[in-house]
Design a protein around this ligand. Structure first.
Ligand code: SF4
Ligand code: SF4
Length: 180
């Protein structure tokens, strides 16, 4: 919700830290999502965007697949940071490119594309994710205002993700152009 006008988690907003000389504390629903009731908003848009970005690792069946390939610790550190996204919507709330009518996919889904494109199995579908980000409302619509990275309660390096995925889409577009 918006607490004193700032998008943040209500569960970590402690009243005694917010009391400011008896000034009132204002609570509002986030403005970029439809209001369900009172302070409750419908964040379905975020989950639709994750579907658009294919933000998962497809597996065939439910049988045990065994151990995955080894990953260098540096890659594990990056992926762990990205995996902490809780789809809260704060990054979309503060993004000037996100409006009720805009199709921009937003920082959270872009960052999840980076996460799953780094996954040893997920990388098999990197091309489809990049295609999704190269279409309407894709990564090119990011205005680089960087509000998202400052608003993320999980301190996810969103602008690094946007830059990394931007490089991936450029490399992929070049390869596609050259027929590789
Ligand atoms: S950098 Fe700016 S435009 Fe891009 S996703 Fe973040 S807040 Fe939105
Ligand atoms: S990237 Fe951060 S701000 Fe955006 S949805 Fe995930 S946890 Fe929330």
């Amino acid at each position: 919700m918006l607490i004193n006008g700032k998008a943040r988690q209500s569960c970590s907003a402690l009243i005694d830290e917010m009391l400011d000389g008896g000034q009132p504390i204002t609570l509002e629903p986030m403005s970029k999502f439809p209001v369900v009731r009172d302070l409750m908003v419908d964040r379905s848009r975020m989950f639709d965007l994750l579907i658009k970005a294919k933000a998962w690792v497809p597996i065939d069946g439910t049988h045990h697949l065994g151990l995955g390939p080894p990953e260098p610790p540096e890659a594990q550190d990056v992926r762990y940071a990205l995996s902490r996204c809780m789809t809260c919507g704060c990054c979309l709330e503060v993004c000037p490119q996100i409006t009720p009518l805009s199709k921009f996919i937003g920082a959270a889904a872009i960052s999840q594309v980076r996460l799953f494109n780094m996954h040893p199995t997920g990388v098999m579908h990197a091309r489809e994710r990049l295609e999704a980000l190269m279409g309407e409302g894709g990564i090119a619509d990011c205005g680089n205002a960087q509000n998202c990275v400052h608003a993320c309660p999980k301190e996810i390096p969103l602008t690094e993700s946007i830059a990394a995925v931007g490089r991936q889409t450029t490399a992929y577009a070049l390869k596609r152009l050259l027929g590789a």
